[in-house]
Design a protein around this ligand. Structure first.
Ligand SMILES: Nc1ncnc2c1ncn2[C@@H]1O[C@H](COP(=O)(O)OP(=O)(O)OP(=O)(O)O)[C@@H](O)[C@H]1O
Ligand code: SF4
Ligand SMILES: [Mg+2]
Length: 360
């Protein structure tokens, strides 16, 4: 692992909102990426992860707030933004021209930016492809003639061939099988270590994010509800939504008696959290109290570097749940009870059902 990232953000959204015409889909979000830092962004389908990514790429305008590149408004320097920030997506094959070889597609950005002679462009593209594990033979094939993993490697080569400083990765491994996922994650970690690339890594898998990222931001209904060191958010989530997201992730080694610690409230599945006046998670939250419905909780520090937007954060620190033998949430112990709820809370549901929305 490279040295921890420090200093100012290279690329940063400050208090940014994005509206597609029917209200804010992303609301007052702040995310900064420092050189050599990998930040994970997790959350249910439709919460606004890709919209945030598009805003960081300058592809959708902010309705309020600012996008800063090296501390200055990116809107004043679109050209620099385009060459500094590159992206890879979930389905790499769709982003390649099906009629062209992978090599031609990796050469393309060099052509567009007039980098070197044709021979130099070819040499540079082949070197970049080789670095991500694509041989010259495979590079000569078209997208339909290679595997999903090879296609994603070529997409990474195409994104890094111009030596960007920031890579936005929107669910880059979600469509790949587990062994290929691991190889792509290793490649991203190498790129960060070798080139001090700043990476935004979007996923709906807290475990994958914890293994790769330095920090994690958890998003719900267009707002960041928790943010902190990736291991801290994965092992000791404090926001009820993060805890439910954590416990709803499939784990092979859980005993049959294992129970999630918080259960989502039933019967409010169709409530759009963005329209609620108070906390956007209130309709689904088992810890909601009447005051949660009054005003939106602000993201506030609960520990050093750990921020949570919740009036009743869950205490998941070791030793707080005496019925669990193993306090480390990364390795759940035997069945534990639902955590105590605030005295005046509304009743919780009976079955964990976040797979409906959190894991898709
Ligand atoms: N171009 C668009 N026009 C109108 N609404 C949009 C547009 N793109 C996205 N949205 C809406 O904005 C919200 C956030 O979408 P977004 O794609 O950012 O979610 P996401 O978190 O990336 O979801 P997923 O995990 O399914 O990829 C959704 O309600 C979506 O329907
Ligand atoms: S306890 Fe209240 S503020 Fe916290 S997530 Fe639940 S509804 Fe929101
Ligand atoms: Mg998306």
């Amino acid at each position: 692992m490279s040295a921890p990232a420090a200093g100012p953000s290279l690329l940063e959204i400050v208090d940014g909102s994005v509206s597609y015409g029917s209200g804010d889909m992303v609301s007052h979000v702040s995310i900064g990426l420092r050189p050599g830092e990998i930040v994970g962004l997790v959350g249910e389908s439709g919460c606004g992860k890709s919209t945030t990514a598009r805003a960081m790429l300058g592809l959708v305008p902010l309705s309020s707030g600012e996008l800063l590149l090296r501390g200055k408004p990116a809107s004043g320097n679109r050209r620099e933004l385009r060459s500094t920030v590159q992206a890879i997506f979930q389905n790499p094959a769709a982003s390649f021209n099906p009629k062209r070889s992978l090599l031609d597609s990796v050469i393309e950005p060099l052509r567009v930016h007039h980098r070197g002679s044709r021979a130099e462009q070819r040499h540079r593209a082949l070197r970049e492809l080789d670095r991500v594990g694509i041989s010259e033979l495979v590079a000569g094939r078209r997208p339909a003639e290679v595997s999903g993993g090879q296609c994603q490697r070529a997409a990474i080569a195409r994104a890094t061939v111009l030596s960007p400083e920031v890579l936005i990765c929107d669910e880059p491994v979600s469509a790949l099988d587990v062994s290929i996922q691991a190889q792509i994650l290793e490649l991203l970690a190498e790129l960060r270590a070798e080139q001090r690339l700043a990476i935004l890594f979007i996923s709906h898998d807290l475990g994958v994010v914890a293994s790769l990222c330095d920090r994690t931001a958890v998003m719900f209904a267009g707002k960041i509800v928790e943010e902190g060191a990736a291991t801290e958010v994965a092992t000791r989530p404090r926001h009820p939504y993060s805890l439910i997201l954590h416990d709803s992730a499939p784990e092979l080694d859980r005993p049959p008696t294992w129970q999630p610690r918080l259960k989502i409230r039933q019967g409010a599945d169709d409530v759009d959290g963005r329209t609620l006046p108070g906390c956007r998670f209130a309709a689904l939250c088992p810890r909601a109290t009447p005051e949660c419905e009054q005003a939106q909780p602000e993201l506030e520090a609960i520990d050093a570097g750990h921020l949570v937007a919740c009036l009743h954060p869950v205490d998941t620190s070791p030793g707080t749940d005496p019925e669990r033998d193993e306090p480390d949430l990364a390795q759940p112990g035997p069945a534990g009870p639902v955590l105590p709820e605030p005295a005046d809370s509304t009743p919780s549901g009976t079955t964990p059902d976040l797979h409906r929305s959190a894991l898709h």
